[in-house]
Design a protein around this ligand. Structure first.
Ligand code: SAH
Ligand code: SF4
Length: 420
């Protein structure tokens, strides 16, 4: 597994490089999770198969791995019985370790997971009547320090590897018992855009229908690994989830946004949270580097955004901070000025120990929402989910370290200094 180390608050983009390729485990075997088809073929060839056999085996193994969720080579029935022990001696099919799994009274589930080298991170599953959304993490902790976010108070950060990211979705399928069974249609022939919206297996009575990259971390600071993981999720012969059912949320890493649209092509959500420079500088410090105008222009230019595929602006409701009628009207003005195909998600602030903000009153949130709605822009208020198990937005933080208020303030200063 990945040979990586936690580091104290580093610089900016990709602050803690993680290996992009395989690191053999202690027993010498290589974990295949996270690898694409051609890389699996290369490894099979390096282990002694001829090129043609390696390619064929890689195709078969890829299907079992990502489409059927098999973790044991012995279950790969179209691979010769004699070949299976050969594979098992050299390779493994891993999953992140589950440290703790919690159920909320509202049905939300949260898993505390651990990488092979001992770092903890979280994923959350949120069931609704018509869909089920998995909230996936991209980093252990976060180098940014949005003032209202618990994850931002984690001192140590490391990027998750491709295997650790796609592994979350695979674990969720394991836990929900949602791998397609033998004999179920092989959807690869349909092409990945057709797979689920046309009644393929992911939407058809399934629990897990949507993915949001909204767990711990800033996904656009771990771009390559997030992209490669989502490619496996979207592959028709992989997890086969349509890109229309995947949303990536960024706090505003402007230089990576166009690349995200071009190379991943998923829906975009932007953590806006404020409409003036002063307030956004304070609560979403990356704004000091990439300001509101640049951010909104990048949204206007986002490849693939349209009225049918709107950009979501997330707006956390903080009492007496960003929740006035004027703020709501300015939000509308900005969306119109940049002609953005946008919808707004109003998120009631979820408290955590040591937070310096309070949630706006229900009346204030309602009024804010009405002003935006009256301007013709959808602005629903999100119902907090899983608050009783600290699974709601911004509550994710592993319990590994508890900092005092003074330490939290010092940490915020350090992180902001790193932003320059
Ligand atoms: N780092 C990315 C994605 C993860 S956060 C980002 O910031 O976009 C998912 C969403 O929850 C973001 O919009 C984030 O700003 C919001 N959030 C963080 N802390 C929160 C809190 N305490 N209450 C409500 N929403 C919060
Ligand atoms: Fe990081 Fe997002 Fe939390 Fe900001 S809101 S600290 S970018 S996880």
């Amino acid at each position: 597994m990945a040979d990586t180390a936690l580091m104290p608050i580093p610089g900016l983009v990709d602050p803690v490089p993680t290996p992009r390729d395989v690191t053999p485990r202690e027993d010498g075997r290589v974990d295949l999770i996270g690898l694409p088809r051609p890389r699996i073929a290369e490894l099979f060839e390096a282990a002694g198969l001829d090129a043609k056999a390696a390619k064929l085996r890689a195709k078969q193994v890829f299907h079992w791995l990502y489409h059927r969720g098999v973790t044991d080579f012995d279950a790969m029935t179209d691979i010769a019985k004699t070949m299976r022990p050969w594979l098992a001696e050299r390779f493994v099919i891993g999953r992140p370790d589950i440290v703790l799994s919690q159920h909320s009274e509202d049905g939300t589930r949260k898993w505390l997971l651990k990488t092979a080298d001992g770092h903890e991170f979280e994923m959350v599953f949120i069931p609704d009547a018509d869909r089920g959304t998995l909230c996936v993490s991209s980093q252990v902790g976060c180098t940014l320090n949005c003032r209202f976010c618990h994850t931002g108070t984690m001192r140590l950060v490391r990027n998750l590897t491709v295997g650790e990211i796609v592994g979350q979705v695979m674990l969720a399928r394991d836990a929900l018992g949602e791998w397609p069974k033998a004999g179920q249609a092989d959807l690869s022939a349909l092409g990945d855009d057709l797979v689920d919206d046309d009644g393929g297996y992911s939407a058809d009575g399934r629990l897990l229908t949507n993915i949001v990259m909204m767990g711990m971390g800033e996904p656009l600071y771990n771009f390559d690994n997030v992209r490669d993981a989502l490619k496996l999720v979207m592959d028709g012969d992989g997890l086969a989830l349509s890109k229309r059912r995947i949303t990536l949320s960024t706090s505003g890493v402007v230089p990576m946004m166009a690349k995200c649209g071009e190379e991943i092509g998923v829906n975009l959500a932007v953590s806006l949270h404020a409409v003036t420079k002063d307030i956004r500088d304070e609560i979403v410090p990356i704004n000091r580097k990439y300001g509101l105008e640049e951010l909104l222009q990048a949204c206007a230019d986002y490849p693939g955004a349209s009225n049918a595929r709107r950009i979501t602006f997330e707006y956390v409701m903080l009492k007496d901070k960003n929740d006035s009628d004027e703020h709501a009207r300015e939000l509308v003005r900005l969306i119109k000025q940049y002609k953005l195909p946008a919808k707004v998600n109003l998120i009631p602030f979820n408290p955590w120990p040591g937070a310096i903000y309070e949630c706006s009153t229900p009346e204030r949130i309602k009024r804010f929402s009405e002003i935006v709605f009256e301007a013709g822009i959808s602005a629903p208020v999100r119902t907090p989910r899983g608050r009783d198990i600290d699974a709601a937005c911004g509550q994710l933080k592993t319990t590994a370290q508890k900092l005092s208020r003074a330490e939290l303030d010092r940490l915020a200063e350090e992180k902001q200094a790193a932003l320059g």
